[in-house]
Design a protein around this ligand. Structure first.
Ligand SMILES: Nc1ncnc2c1ncn2[C@@H]1O[C@H](COP(=O)(O)OP(=O)(O)OP(=O)(O)O)[C@@H](O)[C@H]1O
Ligand SMILES: O=C(O)[C@H](O)CO
Length: 527
């Protein structure tokens, strides 16, 4: 009898323990979800247009300090800008330089002022008495006649400057479409056709912008050339992996050294060279390029290009937030790219590595991680460094790790659903975490820092190992949604959209941020 009582007491104890552990774990899940969202918000906050401008542009009386150089202000300042984030950058720059600003023009996305106002982001708008003209254009991120007019105004402003003047150029992602200046005799339509066909054929942003530079009067250093002999200072918010100055917005203030053969190679690669209109061929003829684009060395001396915001900076800010939240941060890389399937596999294997019950994770996991590296643009060195942190974490039991990465993976579209690369990545990582092999409570978030993932209202989504069970219990077939690239519909229907990341339009853009929170394997450490 005593044995039976002891057994039943032990059953009761086990049950109570299981219940309290489960509630502890589910509390930990929701707190990890909340913490992942807070880390993402900190990444976005760290690269807000006003903040990055304030950090890089200092005014002391009539001196402007930028990029370690001093410029004297004598009511000689002009401003131009183009890109998705330049409205907020321009508003802050005007607050800093005040009356020294004579005149400015910015080319910004169609409808952005209304959208920012609707999202309560008035501080990103210009004052009523601003000296900067705001021109909207490039509907759906495509160059159009409105953007061409803006580009013409920017060209006129730059061309009229003298050696006494200082031109502040604000540049951010989306700048290529907002500054179209087709080199004659090419028309805007002809130029647009070439870039659209290249993009549809899967050209990378490096390939696309190499061609755009060659077909434009203002890209590839053309704008700096127009402004000569004025001093040019460009503040750049980077949305390209590695922050290549000559490719962000197609480098209007950076002398382009690419040769016509490089451009032809790209056009050949995508089988477009045979079908080009004669105007495009004329622009790409070697002697034409050198006539239009030849830039004297002096232009280079008069240009200062400064990257003031990037994915790396966003990840550093996220990392600081992680520490505040009691997490141990490790930045994997700001250059994650490649097919979203390989990227999701990497995160799946990394979570298995971190959560394996042994103190030394199985070597085959490390081998697979290293094998995936080249496919997703991550160096072996960064993978090894990250794995070392995860192993140390296991041995010394520091608490949850916050693995951070950024970049821009690609989705090969096969369906016609609604989604974006962040939501699709999250969905695929959710499947990895739900698979039987993984027993840890990792939470994964993927979000676009501009707040808009593909043509959807969400920036991304947050997932964990419960995803599959949750979807199945609600009659949602994950594979079906994935085949149709319908990740937004999936996450909208799942649990009333709770897993969606909806920060609204953020007014900035430094590609995507990935956050994976890896709690320690031992349940006693969950909190
Ligand atoms: N239904 C979909 N599912 C998954 N990905 C999609 C879907 N539709 C579009 N995409 C992807 O979304 C991307 C375009 O989205 P978005 O407008 O956020 O681009 P972006 O590269 O962030 O632009 P920018 O850098 O100018 O802000 C493309 O890579 C495209 O493949
Ligand atoms: O505008 C562009 O070219 C892209 O956003 C890359 O900077």
């Amino acid at each position: 009898m005593a044995q039976i009582l002891a057994f039943s007491r032990s059953l009761h104890l086990q049950h109570t323990l299981r219940v309290s552990l489960a509630s502890l774990c589910s509390r930990s899940m929701s707190s990890l979800d909340t913490r992942a969202r807070a880390v993402f918000s900190a990444a976005v906050e760290g690269v807000q247009p006003d903040i990055v401008v304030r950090r890089s542009l200092e005014r002391h009386g009539d001196k402007l300090l930028v990029g370690g150089q001093n410029f004297t202000l004598t009511n000689n300042l002009y401003l131009v800008g183009f890109g998705k984030a330049v409205l907020g950058m321009a508003a802050e720059a005007e607050r800093i330089v005040g009356d020294h600003l004579i005149k400015g023009v910015v080319s910004v996305p169609h409808g952005i002022q209304k959208t920012l106002r609707n999202h309560g982001k008035e501080k990103m708008l210009l004052e009523n008495n601003s000296r900067i003209a705001v021109m909207e254009g490039a509907k759906n991120n495509l160059p159009d006649t409105d953007a061409q007019k803006s580009a013409e105004c920017i060209r006129e402003l730059a061309s009229g400057l003298t050696e006494k003047d200082l031109l502040l150029v604000l540049i951010s992602g989306g700048g290529s479409a907002l500054l179209p200046a087709p080199a004659p005799p090419m028309t805007l339509q002809e130029k647009q056709d070439v870039t659209r066909k290249l993009a549809a054929a899967g050209a990378t942003i490096q390939e696309l912008n190499t061609v755009r530079r060659a077909l434009s009067l203002l890209k590839g250093g053309g704008l700096a050339q127009c402004a000569n002999p004025a001093q040019v200072v460009a503040l750049i918010l980077s949305d390209v992996i590695g922050d290549p100055l000559d490719l962000i917005a197609s480098g209007p203030t950076v002398r382009s050294d690419s040769k016509p053969e490089e451009v032809w190679d790209i056009l050949d690669r995508y089988k477009l060279s045979g079908s080009l209109p004669s105007s495009v061929k004329e622009v790409l003829r070697p002697h034409y390029g050198s006539q239009v684009k030849e830039q004297p060395e002096v232009v280079k001396d008069h240009v200062l290009n400064v990257v003031i915001g990037s994915n790396t900076i966003a990840l550093e800010c996220a990392s600081r937030k992680a520490v505040e939240l009691g997490l141990r941060p490790v930045i994997l890389s700001p250059g994650v790219c490649g097919d979203v399937r390989s990227v999701s596999r990497l995160y799946g294997v990394l979570s298995r590595f971190a959560c394996s019950p042994e103190k030394e994770p199985p070597p085959e996991l490390a081998a697979e991680i290293l094998q995936l590296g080249p496919e997703v643009g991550v160096e072996s060195w960064d993978l090894c460094r990250t794995m070392n942190v995860l192993v140390e974490e296991k041995k010394e039991g520091w608490g949850a790790t916050c693995l951070l990465a950024g970049g821009e993976p690609t989705v090969h579209l096969t369906g016609n659903g609604r989604g974006g690369r962040n939501q699709e990545l999250a969905l695929r990582v959710g499947l990895e975490l739900s698979s039987d092999e993984v027993k840890c409570g990792a939470v994964f978030l993927s979000g676009g820092t501009d707040g808009q993932d593909g043509p959807t209202e969400a920036a991304g989504a947050v997932v964990d190992r419960k995803l599959m069970e949750e979807a199945t219990s609600q009659g949602l077939d994950i594979d079906g949604f994935l085949t149709n690239n319908d990740s937004f519909t999936f996450f909208s229907q799942l649990s009333e959209g709770r897993r969606l990341l909806m920060p609204g339009l953020t007014g900035t853009n430094v590609m995507d941020v990935h956050v994976m929170l890896l709690p320690p394997s031992a349940p006693r450490d969950f909190q």
